[in-house]
Design a protein around this ligand. Structure first.
Ligand code: SF4
Ligand code: SF4
Length: 482
């Protein structure tokens, strides 16, 4: 039997089935242990330090106790604490991004995804470089600066050379005042050598969803293709980091397995990265299974209610305070609105989940990976965020200044990131408003910027930010950053 060891490089030792079962048992036994729950909440609370704010985070066992607890007043405390932690590190900023689907050719057999190889009636598409360029122009014309590229696994149709060529094309397009300044990559698990090539191509975060940490379920849900290899998939982040990629993004597809199992597995994965590489995941995504061509989410019987989904998000926020959290347009406006107050720091807007979808006037459905619940335009999403009191941010400064991996984390842990994020958010929002927003959104945004500028504590930083914003409004000068 494999022994639990967070420092091991073997999947079955760092995501250890017995340890997860023990954790769930411990959580169940202690879910009404108020003394323990209070001490866990106390440990997780933000503490003021000489250099800023510090949060201790939680182990997977401690966090699992919170998740198991069903005492309404304690759940309310968890929600408040999650919000407090979020405000301490992220303030009221929400980073914006969009997915870009390059190809839906795929040799895998994932039973929850319509791109699986046996689906013979879905339209298969792969963008040419000219089409990539047109998609990027369409995304730039909306105002996006940060993309996550997506492609199925197919060594013949989507080899690494194709992905690299697309990244190159994306970064090369400069249309009007637009630019894509950070390309995150969501492609299949690959070799250290290929991760090195991605790093050299200048990617931001490498994102790979585990789908499920439960090995037996994983093997059944991925019956064919290279993705069937659970160990190779689970150990991918270690290879990515060995290939020099500092920022990796984790996620599970909620609904495939028991959410408590996935939650413990996810946090064990984060602990493993910290133990081996000295830096935890840059982001965690929280997708839930959705309807799509030949996929009915009702056949998966581990579906998560909106209420439990909110609790999972809050508990992740409390457990890994420094990790960005992402929610996509799979979720409705209403669900996203609630999640924003519980720890989400990054959302997509105006997403199209089909290959070549942005170029089309009407949202195409023939090659979609999943139904998009939130179908609003980017302008509507930006407007909505501002009305809720958030600052939509198009900032990519850390990546561009080389603040990745442990350099990013040490800034973040010292609370120093607050001195950069706020002015950067305001300057990139000003770019968006001047170049892309509707009149109404622009008016609301400019007022917000003036109010938020006053909150920058350091006089010098405030003056420089205000000066740059003036420049953005009166000229074509762009891309200022702290
Ligand atoms: S989830 Fe990814 S690997 Fe699986 S079938 Fe869909 S595109 Fe292919
Ligand atoms: S300054 Fe860095 S951490 Fe802050 S929003 Fe920009 S990229 Fe993110």
């Amino acid at each position: 039997m494999a022994q639990y060891n967070p420092k091991s490089l073997h999947a079955e030792e760092f995501i250890n089935h017995e340890e997860i079962l023990e954790t769930l048992k411990y959580a169940e036994e202690n879910k009404h242990n108020i003394e323990l729950i209070d001490s866990i909440l106390e440990k997780a609370r933000p503490q003021k330090t000489a250099t800023g704010v510090h949060c201790a985070g939680l182990t997977h066992r401690e966090a699992s106790v919170l998740l198991a607890c069903d005492i309404p007043e304690k759940i309310e405390e968890m929600y408040q604490l999650a919000e407090e932690i979020k405000l301490a590190f992220y303030g009221n900023r929400i980073v914006m991004f969009a997915p870009l689907y390059l190809s839906n050719y795929c040799v895998n057999g994932c039973v929850y995804c319509p791109y699986h190889a046996k689906n013979r009636h879905i339209t298969r598409k792969k963008l040419t470089q000219e089409e990539v360029a047109r998609e990027v122009i369409a995304l730039q014309d909306m105002g996006h600066k940060r993309l996550a590229i997506e492609a199925g696994e197919d060594p013949v149709n989507n080899p690494i050379e194709y992905i690299l060529e697309c990244i190159n094309t994306i970064y090369s397009i400069k249309h009007k005042n637009g630019a894509i300044r950070r390309v995150n990559v969501n492609i299949a698990a690959t070799t250290v050598e290929n991760y090195r090539k991605l790093k050299d191509a200048g990617i931001g975060t490498y994102i790979l969803f585990q789908e499920t940490y439960h090995k037996q379920s994983y093997l059944k849900l991925h019956p064919a293709g290279p993705k069937h290899d659970y160990d190779y998939h689970t150990e991918a982040m270690d290879r990515a980091m060995d290939g020099g990629i500092d920022d990796v993004g984790l996620g599970v597809l909620f609904g495939l397995e028991m959410y408590k199992y996935e939650f413990a597995g996810l946090l064990m994965h984060a602990e493993h990265l910290e133990a081996v590489h000295g830096v935890g995941p840059h982001t965690i995504s929280v997708p839930r299974i959705k309807r799509a061509d030949d996929i009915d989410p009702d056949v998966f019987d581990n579906g998560l209610s909106d209420e439990l989904f909110a609790k999972v998000i809050a508990c992740i926020r409390i457990a890994v305070p420094y990790t960005g959290m992402i929610i996509s347009t799979r979720e409705s406006q209403q669900v996203r609105e609630r999640a924003l107050g519980l720890g989400i720091s990054q959302i997509s807007g105006a997403s199209r989940t089909s290959v070549g979808g942005y170029e089309e006037e009407e949202r195409p459905h023939d090659s979609e990976q999943f139904d998009v619940s939130d179908q609003r335009s980017l302008d509507e999403v930006v407007h909505w965020l501002m009305q809720l009191g958030f600052i939509p941010s198009f900032c990519t400064a850390c990546y561009r200044e080389g603040r990745t991996g442990d350099r990013f984390m040490s800034l973040c842990k010292n609370g120093q990131i607050l001195n950069c994020c706020h002015p950067n958010a305001l300057m990139t929002l000003a770019e968006y408003l001047v170049d892309y927003a509707s009149e109404d959104t622009k008016r609301v945004g400019m007022e917000l910027i003036q109010e938020e500028l006053k909150k920058i504590p350091r006089d010098k930083v405030r003056e420089i930010a205000a000066e740059h914003i003036k420049d953005i409004c009166s000229s074509n000068r762009r891309d200022f950053r702290f």
